[in-house]
Design a protein around this ligand. Structure first.
Ligand code: ADP
Length: 369
């Protein structure tokens, strides 16, 4: 047995540190921690000797047979973070306080990039045999997800918020002008547009507010409402935006749903604007709603460019756009359908599309009643 390590493999072996016995509890807890792939480390307060478990060594790219001091481990921490981690250990040891740090490391032998979280605290601070001990977790996957998420949020903020803010300012300018002209129609229309822009800004802001583990999950604020009425309101608003279009609506009976009204509105707006965006200007859009007892299904059909089968299963991924001759001049960020699917998923519903190139697409979603 390596006397300088807490051996992960042998449950019956003593946990030995250069002739020093660690508390029995460590051995018991170790069994549970090993099975969860958690690395353990102990620093003997009197000697400052660092005792890593085999898993801890592996996380820094060391083999089980090698010795690994705290300084050796710190050498594997990416330079930019090394001082912070070293200082955190020093401070915690000096003040006998807890430690929690997250840092990127590059494995010694495997050269693998990993993100680790290091947590620890002091035990027996009053006694002669004090230990500073803790655990190490591999949080690489979590960190990668965080990077993707913040990248996504960064794009949303840049791509959506900036033009929306400009749009809002121009609407206010136009509104002032319309008031001077006493143009009641424009005043009315502009106030509706302004309302929509404000809603979109609020939505973008709420997206930006998603943080930490909650990010990526859209919070829902559910209430009961009649779906037909919402669809009718959205169509009325959309007619201002896609004025050249005929939007035909075949409603279902008045079904009350318990859902987030604003978010379902957002789904409808996204799907209807896409139907308009990806079809010729004189083509109608058909909307229908059907109830089937437990769920209610809404369908938005256009007679536009359609989507080739190999794109269909990727459409709802963030930033996915179909690049064709017809769509190359149409602006978009590829997040509308992703947001729709997240919202519908949050409602435990389903969203899908049936489409044929050159004939058109029908986007459908269903939510529980
Ligand atoms: P955006 O429209 O901003 O690109 P979306 O997430 O709303 O982002 O849509 C993703 C892609 O799906 C679009 O780029 C477009 O290629 C395709 N798409 C969406 N709706 C339709 C539709 N009704 N008809 C044809 N293609 C569509």
């Amino acid at each position: 047995m390596n006397t300088n390590s807490v051996n992960n493999a042998g449950q019956h072996q003593e946990v030995v540190a250069t002739q020093t016995e660690l508390p029995d509890a460590v051995a018991i807890v170790k069994i549970a921690l090993d099975s969860a792939q958690v690395g353990i480390w102990v620093i003997e307060l009197s000697t400052r000797k660092f005792l890593p478990s085999s898993r801890t060594k592996a996380l820094f790219g060391f083999s089980d047979q090698e010795e690994m001091s705290l300084a050796d481990a710190l050498q594997q921490v990416v330079l930019k973070h090394r001082k912070t981690v070293a200082d955190s250990f020093e401070l915690a040891l000096k003040e006998q306080s807890n430690i929690y740090v997250e840092c990127p490391v590059v494995g010694l032998h495997d050269s693998k990039d990993r993100w680790l979280s290091i947590t620890g605290g002091v035990s027996n601070p009053e006694g002669g045999n004090g230990y500073f001990s803790g655990i190490i977790l591999d949080i690489t996957q979590q960190k990668q997800n965080e990077v993707k998420r913040s990248k996504f949020i960064g794009i949303v903020s840049h791509e959506l918020k900036t033009p929306l803010t400009a749009l809002k300012a121009y609407i206010q300018l136009l509104n002032n002008w319309a008031k001077k002209q006493k143009d009641n129609f424009s005043i009315g229309a502009l106030s509706k547009v302004e309302r929509q822009v404000k809603k979109m800004l609020a939505m973008v802001n709420s997206l930006l507010n998603l943080s930490g583990a909650e990010a990526g999950k859209i919070p829902l604020n559910k209430q009961e409402f009649i779906l037909n009425e919402l669809i009718g309101d959205v169509i009325e608003e959309m007619l201002f935006i896609v004025s050249s279009r005929a939007i035909n609506f075949v409603p279902c009976e008045d079904i009350a749903v318990n859902a987030d009204r604003d978010k379902i509105e957002q789904v409808l707006v996204n799907l209807i604007s896409n139907a308009a965006k990806y079809s010729e200007k004189d083509m109608p859009i058909e909307i229908s709603c059907t109830g089937s007892g437990k769920t209610v299904e809404v369908s938005i059909r256009d007679q536009g460019f359609g989507i080739a089968p190999h794109h269909i299963d990727k459409l709802f991924l963030p930033h996915y756009r179909v690049e064709t001759k017809e769509t190359e001049n149409i602006d978009g960020f590829g997040i509308g359908l992703y947001l729709c699917s997240e919202i519908i998923r949050g409602h435990k519903g389903k969203i899908w599309v049936e489409s044929e190139v050159g004939k058109g697409s029908t986007f459908k979603f269903s939510i529980p009643v």
